[in-house]
Design a protein around this ligand. Structure first.
Ligand SMILES: *Cc1c(COP(=O)(O)O)cnc(C)c1O
Length: 383
């Protein structure tokens, strides 16, 4: 694609840092891991960070370490990437999907409250597209019902809610560093928490359940192999040094998109200046107006691809995925429970957002989009 949906920002300093690790003999569990963990935890303002080999691994550690298992329910949005639902299933707990609010595309607190049962153990909020969920309302619900609050901040490093960075507000927060995220380690993730005991348990679980003794073959419990190599930690550390510039750049791109698309009455945009929220812009999400169908949306994405512009179909609702149609794994779903989720999912398009994109390229994306929106059916018939 001439204009990709995302593109990692790898600079000479990043390359030098990775090469530097390769010239030493310590390739795992060394000083780069400690440094990277400290940097991310300090940035968010919590005492503990645990680097892991993916965001999904981080979510899994959170679920396991909080003691959530068979018979327990965890409330999460269906309009999300599949990883948080999978992490719940790994521990044989039940994902309970609920609706999102149309403005922020994150959990609707009123729907969360209605979904609580005696089996509910946790609320898993996803800060989708880098937009914080309503953490004030969700924290208060969690406290009132004695539930854990888990933050999937995998798309939201640097986003803020009421002046606090997301990930550090709930009991556990998780970041991811896949190449399309705000910063990347190739593959990787980080769990953060204020709870020392939880941090200790997750550190052990990440490393085959090893106890903190020096004995490498002493295992306190059945754990996982979720460690993040030193090369990846070194890359992440270099990227973290630029985080302020990264977020400023992403916001600038979002503002250019907004200025060019604001006038288009066929589009609903994610508001940039929401009171109490700072968005960290994973992609630039737009939604087509009510008169458009999913077929229109897919046609527009295909037209954009033909023009060399890659767009995303974020997100397909999890409750409609074949992997979750099995009644054992899913709640008793009725179509009417997800009107908002399905309406948003059918009409959403994620536009290219990466640090190297030029204003000219953004302009091209917006012009092409506006053109294809105007006559999607005619174009499809002609091709
Ligand atoms: C990227 C992402 C993850 C983690 O993905 P990994 O590929 O496992 O790092 C989890 N949740 C959401 C919402 C994500 O976007």
């Amino acid at each position: 694609m001439r204009i990709p949906l995302s593109s990692p920002d790898i600079q000479e300093a990043d390359i030098a840092a990775v090469l530097d690790v390769l010239r030493q003999s310590r390739l795992s569990m060394g000083p780069r891991q400690d440094e990277f963990e400290r940097a991310v935890a300090e940035y968010v303002g919590v005492p503990f960070g645990i680097a892991v080999n993916s965001g999904t691994s981080g979510l899994h550690l959170a679920i396991r370490a909080l003691g959530i298992g068979a018979g327990d329910e965890v409330i999460l949005p269906s309009f999300s990437f599949i990883a948080p639902a999978n992490a719940i299933c790994y521990e044989r707990a039940t994902p309970v999907f609920v609706e999102i609010e149309p403005t922020t595309l994150t959990l609707d607190p009123a729907c969360v409250e209605r979904a609580i049962t005696p089996r509910t153990r946790a609320i898993l909020a996803v800060h989708t597209f880098g937009c914080p969920a309503d953490l004030a309302a969700l924290s208060s619900i969690a406290r009132r019902h004695n539930l854990f609050l888990i933050e999937d901040a995998c798309e939201a490093l640097g986003a803020e809610f009421d002046g606090c960075r997301v990930g550090g507000i709930g009991d556990v927060g998780v970041f991811a560093f896949y190449p399309n995220k705000q910063i990347t380690t190739g593959e990787g993730g980080m769990v953060i928490t204020r709870d020392a005991a939880l941090a200790k348990r997750m550190k052990s679980l990440r490393n085959q359940g090893r106890s903190e003794t020096k004995d490498w073959l002493q295992h306190a419990e059945v754990g996982f192999s979720y460690r993040l190599p030193e090369m990846n930690c070194a890359l992440g550390m270099e990227q973290m040094k630029r985080i302020d510039a990264v977020l400023a750049c992403r916001e600038k791109i979002a503002r250019i998109y907004e200025s060019k698309l604001r006038q288009n009455s066929d589009l609903r945009l994610l508001p940039i200046d929401q009171p109490g929220r700072r968005v960290s812009w994973f992609t630039y999400p737009i939604r087509l107006g009510e008169r458009f169908t999913r077929q229109d949306r897919d046609r527009i994405i295909t037209d954009m691809a033909r023009a060399g512009i890659e767009c995303g179909r974020y997100f397909a609702p999890i409750h409609l995925q074949p992997a979750y149609s099995d009644a054992h794994r899913s709640q008793d779903l009725s179509k009417s429970d997800f009107l908002m989720t399905e309406a948003c999912a059918d009409r959403s398009i994620a536009l290219p957002l990466f640090h190297q994109i030029t204003e000219q390229q953004i302009d091209e994306v917006c012009c092409q989009l506006s053109e294809f929106i105007q006559r999607p059916a005619a174009r499809a018939a002609a091709s």
